[in-house]
Write a protein that binds this ligand. Sequence first.
Ligand SMILES: [Zn+2]
Length: 161
Amino acid sequence: MLEGEIPLKALPRFGDSVFGFEDGAVCRVSLSFSMDSERRRMVTGELAAPVTLECQRCMGPMQQTLVSSFTLGLVTSDEQAQQLPKELEPFLTDDFSADLWSMTEDELLLVLPPFPLHERDKCPARKELEAFEPDDSGDEPVRKSEDNPFSVLADLRTKKH
Ligand SMILES: [Zn+2]
C-alpha cells in the first residue's frame, strides 16, 4: 500500500480544467499493487482532491471534493493493453512510479463533473430560478389545463391528423 499527496499545482492540465483550488491543496492518493492469476500487474487506488468548480447555474464558485476509485492494469505496450480483460482499464507505462502523477491527473480529469451545480438551496441563483419556476408551496394557483399552452398544441396535433 502506497499513500501520498500530490500538490494540485503540479497538475497543470487539471488546474486548467477547474475554477481553482486553495494554495497548497493536494490530491491524496492511496494505491495498492497486485498481480492477477495471469501475472498481470494491477493497481487499485483511491483519490481525493478538494477543488473549486464553477456552478453552471450561477457561475459562482463551489467547493467540492473530487473522489475517485479505480483499478488499472499496468501494461508496457498496446499489445498488452489489448489483452487485458475488458473491465480493466489499461495504463501504459514503463515506470509506474515515474508516471504516477500523470495517472493521478488523468483520473481526476475523468471524475470532473461536466455540469457542476450547487445544491439548489445553496445556489445564489436560486432566487432568480424560483421566479421562473414557482415551487409547490401552494401560493401559486395550479394552472387549469385550458390555460396550459401545451394543451393547445396537443389539440392542434390531434386535429391535424
Ligand atoms: Zn450556483
